[in-house]
Design a protein around this ligand. Structure first.
Ligand code: ADP
Ligand code: MG
Length: 264
């Protein structure tokens, strides 16, 4: 249909990673990984423990440096491979600019324990974003309302459940108005009933067309929420594609073996 075509053509690549390589000592953790994420897309990354999923997110979010390959945000190179393939990173200012494009939600929430909920959310936009306090506080309270935590702004992280803490950390990431949000196993530290509330929040963000890259072990969630799924094993992308097709009808033996462990 023509309207779909127009939307597709107008979609912009927010993130592009080309031929990423990463070693820790002799351990080749990422081998020639390429992916791209368009505006509004939800991309899930699945795979066994140790396959390199977190390292890939850490390279994308500048917490690790790639040895080889390109990292491109909104068409601008954050790192660019030289003629030998080695990644050459931009200036400090260029990296700082790239950091404004994304947010990151960790498995273990990473909230400041000695800050209230409200301060956890408002500190980054005020200190790093240099935005006016009144505006930041008003937005933070809106975000807390959206996360179902309107009454928790004065609480400290230890007074909250894991699910509540994770919702605060999602609010904290959103307060920086990122173009793309990364999640690294956002529910792995949570009990099943708290997992559901986080998956619900992420589904709502997807419905609002938030661009997201999600590392998860929640297969049915990944199938339902994603536009694209990547299966990694041993530092390579073994298989990727349309979610229902990949989850229900995997082509590669390694994908089949991995998914068979998740059948109910
Ligand atoms: P996943 O998130 O898929 O479980 P990781 O990216 O955490 O996988 O790890 C991939 C591999 O990289 C593992 O062999 C792990 O031991 C290794 N690794 C990860 N981080 C480091 C590090 N900082 N130093 C050395 N080895 C690391
Ligand atoms: Mg990991």
């Amino acid at each position: 249909r023509s309207s779909d075509l127009i939307v597709k053509e107008a979609a912009m690549k927010l993130l592009e990673i080309n031929h990423c390589n990463k070693k820790f000592g002799d351990n080749e953790v990422l081998k020639d990984i390429s992916l791209s994420v368009e505006e509004g897309q939800v991309v899930s990354i699945i795979g066994p423990s140790g396959s390199g999923k977190s390292t890939l997110l850490r390279c994308a979010t500048l917490l690790e440096t790639m040895d080889g390959g390109d990292l491109i945000y909104l068409g601008e190179y954050t790192a660019k491979a030289d003629e030998t393939g080695k990644s050459v990173y931009g200036t400090k200012a260029e990296l700082q600019k790239a950091r404004q494009h994304f947010g990151l939600v960790f498995q273990n929430f990473n909230l400041f324990p000695h800050y209230s909920v409200l301060k956890n959310i408002t500190e980054p936009p005020i200190l790093i974003g240099k935005r006016p306090k009144d505006e930041v506080y008003a937005e933070a309270r809106e975000l807390l309302k959206k996360m179902g935590l309107a009454d928790k702004e004065d609480a400290y992280p230890y007074q909250l459940s894991g699910g509540q803490q994770q919702r605060v950390s999602i609010a904290r990431a959103l307060a920086m108005k990122p173009k793309i949000l990364f999640f690294d196993e956002p529910t792995s530290a949570l009990d099943p009933e708290l997992t559901g509330e986080i998956l619900h929040v992420i589904k709502e963000l997807a419905a609002e067309h938030m661009t997201m890259v999600i590392v998860t072990h929640e297969m049915s969630f990944a199938r339902d929420v994603s536009d694209h799924i990547i299966f990694m094993d041993g530092g390579v992308i073994v298989e990727e594609g349309e979610p229902k097709e990949l989850i229900n009808n995997p082509k590669q033996e390694r994908t089949k073996a991995f998914l068979s462990r998740f059948q109910a």
